[in-house]
Structure formats: C-alpha cells, structure tokens
Ligand binder design. Sequence first.
Ligand code: PEP
Ligand code: MG
Length: 538
Amino acid sequence: MLVKEGKSVFNGVAIGKIFVYRKADKAVSQNQVEDTTAEMARFEAAKEKAMSQLKGLYEKALKDVGEEEAMIFDVHQMLLDDLDYNESIQNIIENDKMNAEYAVFMTCEQFAAMFLSMDDDYMRGRAADVKDISERVISILNGSQVSPEAMPEPVIILAEDLAPSETVQFEKDKLLALVTQKGSANSHTAILARTMNIPSLVSTDVEVDPDYDGKMAVVDGFAGLLYIDPDEETLTKMYEKKGRADQQRALLQEMKGKETVTKSGKHIHLYSNIGGIQDVDAVLENDAEGIGLFRSEFLYLECDDYPSEEVQFEAYKTVLSRMGGKKVIIRTLDIGADKQIGYFDLPKEENPALGYRAIRICLTREEVFRTQLRALYRASAYGTLSIMFPMIISVKEILRIKEIVEEVKLELAREDKPVGNVELGIMIETPAAAVISDLLAPYVDFFSIGTNDLSQYTLAIDRQNQSLDNFFDPHHEAILRLIQVTIENAHKYGAWCGICGELGADMELTQRFIQMGIDELSVSPGYTLALRKRIREC
Ligand code: PEP
Ligand code: MG
C-alpha cells in the first residue's frame, strides 16, 4: 500500500480504480513497418472506435443542443468513411510501408490543403473537420486519448494537471474523484471538482505513473490522502468513513425546504454556482434558491468553435426554464488566464492573469459579446435572468457595456423578439472595483464579489501557483476589508451585494459576512445545505 499526501479541495471519500490521464500527444511518430496487414488492422480498429465515439457525440449533442448542431458529428462520420480518404491511408501503409499514425497525418495534410484551396466558404470550412477527425484517430492509435468510452466504470482520475478544457470533457457520472500532482485549491479545476461534488486532491505528492492504471485506490478528501493498493484494514476503515460521510449528508437533507434565515430573522439568499446545464440537477437536488453564478465560458470551452447565438440561446433557455422562475445570474464570457480556448487565438502573454481576459476581450471583440448578449436577452423571456460582467475596473467599462446592451435590446425589439426584465450587475473581483465601489454602485442593480480573483489580486498571489500556498491567507484582513467596503457602498446606492467566490462557502466566515450585511451567498451545489444549516445557527 502506498500513501500519498495532497491538498483536499472537496471533502468525501471515494473508493475505486485509478485511471491515469495522459495529455493528448500531438506529436506524430513516423516509422517504417514490416507487417502492413497488421498495420491496416490497427488503423481499422482505431477508425471503428472513432466512429463509435462520433455516434455517441451525435446522440449527446442531439439531446443537449438539438439536431442542427448535432449534424457536425454526422458530417465527421461521413468524412471518416470517405473512400478517397481511406484509400490514401491504405496506400501510404501498404505501398510506402509507413505506420498508421503517419498515414493518417499525411492524408489529413493533403485533404485539408485541398479543401482550403476551394472557392466555396463551406468547403473551406471542411479543412478543420478533416483535421479534427484525423487527430481523433491518431490519438486513439497512439493511446493518448481519454474519452468516456475509455472509462468503463467510474474511476479516480490521476493526472499531472488538468486544464478546465480537459476537466469539462469528463462525463460526470464516470468520475469518483480527481487527483492531480499540480494545481492549487483556487484553480478552476478545483472549483469544477467542487461543483461536481466529488472528493479531490490537488498538489499531491504522487508520480503520474502509468503502472497505477487500473489499481485500486482510496481518496480521503477529509484527510487529504490518497491510498494506492490499500490493505484490507485501511479499506475497511475507509468504507466506514465513507458510510459516516454519507450519513452526515443524509442528515443535511432535513435542511431541504427550510428558510435560509439567521436566528435574528435576516434572510440570506442562498444560491448555487454552476458551469453548465448538467449542473442544474445538483442545484435543484440541493434546494438552492437560485443560481448565483453560471460561468458561461464553460459553454465556449466545450465547443470546438464559437458557439452560435442559437446554441447559446438554447443552453440559457434550458437553464432558465428548468429553474422555473427562480433567479439565474449568468456571467458573460470570462476567458483568458487559465481558461484558454484555441479558436479564440489569444496572444501569448507574459502575465496572463493581468492580461487580456474577460470583459476586456468582450469590449474589444464586440461581435462575440453581442452574440452572447442577444442569446441572453432572448432567453430572458423564459425565466428570471440577471446578467453580470466579470473583471470590471472602471465606470467607463460599465457605461460602454450599457450602451451595447441598449443597442442589442433595440435590435431584438425591431425583430419582435420578446425579452424579460433583466437585472444588471458586476463582479467585484479587482481591488480597483472594490475601492471605487461607491462610484460603480449607482450604475448597477447588484454586486457579486469574486473572492477568488479578488484574493489573488489583493495579495499578489497567483491563484494557480501551488508553491505560494504557504503565503496565501484566505482570511487576510485586506480581503475582508474590501468585502466590507463593497457591501456598504452597494447598500448606500440601493444595490444588493453577494459573494460568488469560494470564500462564500467558508463557514468560519459566515457569521462575519452576515454582520457585514451580505445579502446573498452563492456556493457549489454540494455546500448549499450545510451552509443553510450554518446560517440558521448564526
Ligand atoms: C472569482 O474570481 O471569485 C469568481 C467567482 O470567478 P472565477 O473563479 O471564475 O474567476
Ligand atoms: Mg474571477
């Protein structure tokens, strides 16, 4: 038995097999082969697996976003089955005696170049599709692909590190726990783990050794420990611990349906943070009063290209309709820094956290922003929508946002598209915004304090950098004072103020936040009932 220490980002006990996650290997090997029949068989097997994945993706997209958007996976299947494409691969393997990866790669290059040289825009667009299917086949061939199909049963993922774009690919019901060698407690992967309600460790002192694949393991999120090949005694103890944790969770069920109110009668709005439609079930199961932060960028991270107005409209509408009139606060696109999306083609930066991100991208690439705002306002007719804007530092930004919002609303009115009454708010997640919150408050309906970024910028501690953890103090007086001043200034101008950063779930601070006058707390769905209990004790 091996025992490894990590930093827990979500409590709980998970028991199951390890799946060692390897990053997709983009390098393509180039080798001569003797046995071309065996090589052709390798290609055929990989192709068959890719086909079945594409079928699965078609079904999933059909269910989640509709037929029009699902069609792309149909097109991918047709391209993968194309006679010329397959003949080219066969020729390179059989005549040139090259390995299958190289044959697929060369064929892809030829076909992509051919599509790109065409006059028709639609045909030129197919170059990206050929690349996509070829990369899929190559990553299956070289064994670097993780897909839900590769995980026959729920597993504990062991990885060096996980980018948000990788974490979102995992099927939630195939995950027991996440364990990463790198990563910090405030990283987006940690936040996703909390949203998914699974015990997880970051910054773990463990090698990402392929030999661990398939080994039995236990993640103890209470103690921050990973046991690999646990002995009988440990396993028995861990099953007992898991049982107690399940029991405690069951006890919290009595909080369902109860009001979130302090002993002195102050009601606190208790909302949930989500990353996508798939998290709405957890919000409803945990009886949250609404959604306080929908990180809309995850919708963009899950797509291979800019999600259209229609795709976004359907997603927002689904969330609003499922919440049945309860408040839903959707944050506009917040990418950049650790949330990189290939098709945005963002420039490489020396200091990405201090760089081109969030509202800065939206205000300079207005077409992207306007598409999202149109989708949001159209969806607003189906529930109670609030929109909030990330990374604000000035009044000037709010004024420009409001101009664009008015133009979008006018456009929709001209098209006779109904819209609802939408509250507008901003995230307070830069020290600048907190300090001038008195100047910002008159222009908005609400503030939502993003303590994850507010902490990193106030303390000058990169939230991604695990080696600074010893210097990081989430209860630092500077952060608490900025929260206090933000709440006071919001109230002075008739705006309400909440917290949607991870600190909102820190129950050592609940009493203090209430004394400061906080109106709302938005936390991962799994924390909702425990926090309700804590608030009722205050
Ligand atoms: C925050 O910064 O606290 C926040 C809620 O936004 P994100 O974690 O997505 O940056
Ligand atoms: Mg933030």
